[in-house]
Design a protein around this ligand. Structure first.
Ligand code: SF4
Ligand code: SF4
Length: 126
């Protein structure tokens, strides 16, 4: 993804309109079965690689609400597909193209963020 929204989120939805990739939806529009929080679609997030600071982080009033997740790349296809099956994500399925998995549709990511920080879901800070 990219980034994930944690249980620190207060569902203010300030980030929804700011995302340049339209990757963020409010809990009411979340594709998860039992959504509690605003949701980032990992198959859409581009980590705002062309910006100095991710737009969602820039507007978020809540420290710790947005954290790093793994790169959305082929290398982490199993990671995302397993969690997709567990209901942590609900990755879009296209009628003819199939699941927009990392292997099918890798997304840009910030290589300046370490894999260790991503494994720990470290909160964004700039
Ligand atoms: S990092 Fe950028 S692309 Fe990803 S969810 Fe946040 S605003 Fe959207
Ligand atoms: S701006 Fe922050 S607190 Fe508000 S919905 Fe987005 S992640 Fe949650």
């Amino acid at each position: 993804m990219a980034v994930i929204i944690t249980d620190e989120c207060i569902n203010c939805d300030s980030c929804v309109e700011e995302c340049p990739a339209m990757a963020i939806v409010s809990a009411d529009d979340s594709p998860l079965d039992e959504p509690e929080f605003t949701y980032v679609k990992p198959e859409k997030c581009i980590e705002c690689v062309d910006c100095s600071v991710p737009k969602c982080f820039d507007v978020c009033p809540t420290p710790g609400a947005i954290a790093w997740d793994m790169p959305y790349t082929q290398e982490y296809d199993d990671y995302y597909m397993e969690r997709n099956g567990e209901g942590i994500y609900n990755i879009r399925v296209h009628k003819s193209k199939g699941v927009f998995s990392p292997a099918n549709q890798p997304r840009p990511y910030r290589d300046s963020i370490s894999i260790e920080d991503r494994v720990e879901h470290k909160a964004l800070e700039f």
